[in-house]
Design a protein around this ligand. Structure first.
Ligand SMILES: Cc1ncc(C[n+]2csc(CCOP(=O)(O)OP(=O)(O)O)c2C)c(N)n1
Length: 339
């Protein structure tokens, strides 16, 4: 971004977190992030070979955020997100097989081949939503249900893009969450761009959360999305706070997407140099380096993880390829009809 913005980053105690999480957990974190990346890389190539239809939005570059969120807060919450939903579904327990099959439009897919890339759905993940901002009120509703049922050990976590902040639905949803003291965490993943429009050209304030939140009597926070530990600590602290106070929070996570907005985006609005600069902060490489430095892992083990996740994803492609197409006779099943 060209303009100087004065961020107040959530304070971090990285060394303590590294020791607290320990080698075993952090190795799993690395493996989770590698799996997400491999899924995106291979699914993109399947798309380019004409195996996948519809839209496709990659989460490459942003992996640390949702990986940290799910580790810090657990699966037992309500989660909602945008069309950039592959990583969250994997983290919440969907199998690569069912997700890849969904991309291929097969009956074995996560949504029986009817939703495709943007509409993954799980018990605790209310979607993958394609309409920008449309899921923010859904997350507020999920927060309402938790409060109504007096379920104080869970929260509603909503991931959205910076572009969604300009939508009316965002404003209405946050206004109600604040008025009704709902246990909601709205997480703006600011990857600097809404398609080809720079966030600074679309959103009137920066830092977004720190400046917007007071308008809803909420607290606003900024995390570094390229740093797994920063996100982990921030999510953990705010999760405890929201459960205790039942007051919603607004978080902006500063991040980078390494791919185009979607698969059809050649990314002409940013220079190669800008992209190369962003990639220097690759969250996976950063985590690998820390684990190597701490002797929590050896390079050969990282190489083995790479091979393992590659095999898992290649197998999921085979599974998708061999799976049957949905039967056209079932086309109207699961569709809400007029009585
Ligand atoms: C209401 C609505 N308007 C426009 C679009 C087209 N559209 C799809 S994604 C997108 C950009 C959203 O950017 P952002 O919220 O920053 O999320 P990101 O893609 O960067 O993760 C737009 C304008 C849409 N899907 N829904």
């Amino acid at each position: 971004m060209s303009k100087h913005v004065d961020y107040h980053l959530f304070s971090s105690h990285r060394e303590e977190s590294i020791q607290k999480l320990g080698s075993k957990t952090l190795r799993n974190v690395l493996r989770d992030m590698l799996l997400i990346r491999q899924f995106e890389i291979r699914a993109k190539s399947a798309y380019q070979q004409g195996k996948v239809g519809g839209f496709f939005h990659s989460y490459i570059g942003q992996e640390a955020i949702q990986t940290a969120a799910v580790l810090a807060m657990g699966k037992n919450n309500w989660y909602t997100t945008t069309y950039r939903c592959h990583g969250l579904a994997l983290l919440l327990g969907a199998t690569p097989d069912e997700l890849m099959a969904e991309l291929y439009g097969k009956i074995t897919g996560n949504a029986k081949g009817r939703g495709g890339s943007m509409h993954f759905f799980l018990d605790r993940m209310l979607g993958g939503f394609a309409i920008v901002g449309s899921h923010v009120p859904v997350a507020t509703g999920a927060g309402f249900s938790l409060k109504y049922k007096n379920m104080k050990d869970q929260v509603s976590i909503c991931f959205l893009g910076d572009g969604a902040v300009a939508q009316g639905a965002f404003h209405e949803a946050l206004n109600l969450a604040s008025l009704w003291d709902l246990p909601c965490m709205y997480v703006i993943e600011n990857n600097k761009w809404g398609m080809g429009t720079a966030a600074e050209k679309a959103i009137s304030v920066a830092p977004i959360a720190e400046k917007k939140a007071p308008g809803y009597s909420m607290d606003g926070y900024t995390f570094d999305g390229m740093d797994f530990f920063h996100c982990y600590e921030g999510f953990q602290a705010l999760f405890e706070q929201v459960k205790k106070t039942s007051r919603p929070v607004l978080i902006e996570v500063l991040t980078e997407r390494f791919e185009g907005h979607s698969i059809s985006d050649p990314g002409l609005y940013r220079t190669k140099e800008e992209l190369e600069e962003a990639k220097k902060r690759d969250p996976i490489v950063a985590l690998q380096n820390i684990l190597l430095e701490k002797n929590f892992i050896r390079q050969e083990e990282i190489d083995q993880y790479q091979k393992d996740v590659k095999n898992i994803i290649l197998q999921s492609m085979e599974f998708a390829e061999k799976s049957p197409w949905p039967d056209p006779i079932e086309l109207e099943e699961g569709v809400l009809k007029e009585p």
